[in-house]
Write a protein that binds this ligand. Structure first.
Ligand code: 2HG
Ligand code: ZN
Length: 481
């Protein structure tokens, strides 16, 4: 296949786009566009007629309006951290990638409303820092927060580490601003806790993976900044013990739990060996680990007492074989590094097949046992390396290629492996995508999982809002666009 040239766009259109986007706002050279045409995992490689970098909502709207008039499909992209190819263009070279990164202003923080009004291109980390500097907390935390941008986080309804306490991204959103496929700006920027006036449109766009609109701004709910935080890394025998520990914390004080994360021994070992400065802070490796974080906005709180009480009893009961409590912010961050580097460590270990799944909490041990057996049978030597947000039922049941095997050959079996795992998920009443979305990778699963009336309604919504099918075609809905 020959590489599409930017000349695929008529000169008049290029000049019109350059006028809207300003200096540096339109990329047409292959070398400038390259970084935006491949996903983080290196699984999807697309082409584009150009990459647009609007610096304002209006410029984004005008760009989309022009694309709509010329029937050019657009692919919205934030920090390009999708795990499912949700922001990578297809191979046709016809699509125009629209980056949100130059729309990067924190518009306003209101300390009475406890809200943050923000542009889509602000990274999640920068948004967290801005809230923190204002004495507040944005309670959404994901491993890719240094690069992931608010627009993408909302378009994919990201979950992450604090879902157990504060819910997913959609639970934090009061207001939304988005550019529709015809280039109109939909302004839903209302910071109201109560507003029963028709369909809750913002919730339709959150989680729509860029297939209905480009999110350009949002109003997010903030929380008081915690004054006391206690974080512990615990060694446990298996997922069943991890869940029993979760129940122990929940029974003691459910409102104190801010994060409750699970890491399997094999996955932790990859972090300890492949990530610099990430040693295990426990005397011995364990078959599994839990990272638990308690937090409260009250200073001088008794969280340390609560942590010690629950862990002391768990050690006594044999639920936990060892535990270490963070004695400083630096140590707390070191514990979190051990958790957040799992994706990177697995990437360094070779190719992997990812299953971002959820099942009812009670079914997690059975799921992990059955899925492990199924995968080991399918691919001898496969490295089963699950981890995830066990407190909310979301396990990243990731499978790393056998040591020394051909990575591409392993990846070529991804559907076979994902299907074996998700068959068990289905049997246990779970979901084939808990927080990463559907994107390109899992679009083929939609008819089987969400068929009948559910998929039909989704298709009708897509057709009503994007009749030309120009918004992120081929993502989420297998045959739309
Ligand atoms: C995490 O929880 C992310 O760290 C990435 O959701 C998970 O790499 C993965 O599969
Ligand atoms: Zn995750």
């Amino acid at each position: 296949m020959t590489s599409p040239s930017p000349a695929a766009l008529p000169d008049t259109l290029i000049s019109a786009l350059e006028k809207i986007l300003g200096p540096g706002g339109l990329l047409t050279q292959a070398s400038d566009m390259a970084g935006f045409l491949t996903d983080w995992r290196g699984m999807f490689h697309g082409r584009a007629c150009a990459v647009a970098r609007p610096a304002s909502t209006e410029a984004c709207a005008e760009t989309v309006r022009l694309c709509a008039a010329h029937g050019i499909p657009v692919v919205p992209q934030g920090g390009n951290t999708s795990m499912v190819g949700g922001a990578t263009p297809d191979a046709s070279g016809r699509e125009l990638v629209i980056l949100t990164s130059r729309m990067n202003r924190v518009r306003e923080i209101d300390r009475i409303d406890n809200t943050m009004s923000i542009d889509a291109g602000v990274t999640l980390k920068a948004a967290q820092d801005a809230a923190f500097d204002a004495g507040l907390m944005l309670p959404l935390s994901i491993s890719s927060e240094g690069s992931a941008e608010i627009g993408g986080v909302l378009a994919t309804n990201a979950g992450g580490n604090n879902t157990v306490r504060y819910g997913n991204a959609r639970e934090l959103v009061l207001g939304l601003e988005a550019v529709l496929p015809d280039g109109r700006v939909l302004n839903l920027m209302r910071r109201l806790r109560k507003d029963n006036t028709g369909y809750a449109l913002r919730q339709l766009f959150i989680g729509s993976e860029g297939t209905l609109a480009i999110i350009t701004g949002a109003i997010l709910q903030l929380q008081p900044k915690p004054k006391s935080i206690e974080t512990a890394l615990c060694a446990v025998a298996d997922p069943k013990a991890a869940l029993a520990l979760f129940a122990a914390f929940r029974n003691a004080e459910p409102s104190a739990i801010q994060a409750f994360e699970f890491m399997s021994g094999p996955s932790m070992k990859l972090v300890n060996t492949l990530i610099p400065d990430a040693p295990l802070p426990l005397a011995e490796p364990s078959p599994a680990y839990v990272l638990v974080e308690l937090a409260s906005p009250r200073g001088g709180d008794t969280l340390r007492g609560l942590m010690e009480e629950v862990l002391g009893k768990a050690l006594e009961d044999g639920l936990v074989s060892d535990a270490v409590l963070a004695e400083s912010e630096a140590q707390r961050l070191a514990f979190w590094k051990l958790r957040e580097e799992h994706s990177e460590a697995q990437k360094r270990a070779g190719t992997s097949v990812k299953n971002d799944v959820s099942v009812p909490l009670s079914a997690i041990p059975e799921f992990i046992d059955r899925a492990t057996a199924a995968c080991e049978k399918l691919v001898p030597g496969i490295r089963v390396a699950p981890f995830g947000h066990i407190g909310d039922g979301n396990i990243h049941f990731n499978l790393v290629q056998p040591e020394g095997a051909d990575g591409a050959a392993f990846l070529a079996r991804d559907h076979e492996i994902m299907d074996a795992v998700t068959a068990i998920v289905r049997d246990l009443g779970g979901s084939f995508s808990a927080e990463h979305g559907v994107g390109q990778l899992k679009a083929y699963m939609m008819p089987e999982w969400r068929g009948g009336a559910e998929l039909d309604v989704m298709r009708r919504i897509k057709a009503a809002i994007d009749p030309q099918g120009i918004m992120n075609p081929g993502k989420m809905l297998p045959d739309a666009g």
